[in-house]
Unconditional design. Structure first.
Length: 165
């Protein structure tokens, strides 16, 4: 991966408060060249992450909110109490909002949760200059609830009156 794309992945992921991993929105932290996430009881679900497994990370633009870069990752489970786990948890703890157990959160994470480190694993599939033509949005299913009806005949006059006041 080029230095330019490496920098894009790192900076975009650091700045975005929310990323999508395998289609699931997650909060995260960036630590030592990788993204870390925590999940389990009382925390966010981790969509199909497993030790040594592959994942697809999609990062939005901080400015516009649209998809900026998608990169492949290799997930690694961090063992509770180890040095990499402590460093990751220290960063994640600062990002966790409204924790029910305050400072004791790391003890609960060690007992009940899993912390994964997602390392970039190849060049980004999508980035500026290499984005798909479509929006990526799913087509909504057909439903009678979304059919359009003609504008009521009196509405234009009513709106025109409001504009004069």
């Amino acid at each position: 991966m080029s230095d330019e794309l490496t920098a894009l992945v790192e900076e975009a992921t650091k700045k975005s408060g929310l990323v999508w991993v395998n289609g699931q929105a997650l909060w995260h932290a960036w630590v030592d060249g990788a993204m870390v996430v925590v999940g389990g009881p009382g925390e966010q679900p981790l969509p199909g992450l497993r030790d040594g497994g592959a994942a697809e990370v999609t990062v939005r633009s901080k400015d516009k909110g649209g998809r900026l870069v998608s990169w492949p990752a290799r997930a690694g489970l961090l063992e509770p109490g180890g040095e990499p786990w402590r460093v990751a948890v220290a960063e994640l703890k600062g990002k966790r909002l409204n924790s029910p157990d305050g400072e004791a959160i790391t003890d609960r994470w060690a007992r009940e949760c899993t912390v994964f480190r997602l390392v970039p694993d190849g060049p980004p599939g999508e980035h500026p200059g290499a984005m798909p033509d479509g929006s990526g949005a799913a087509t909504p299913p057909p439903s009678a609830a979304v059919t359009r009806r003609p504008v009521p005949a009196g509405l234009p006059r009513l709106l025109a009156r409001r504009g004069r006041r």
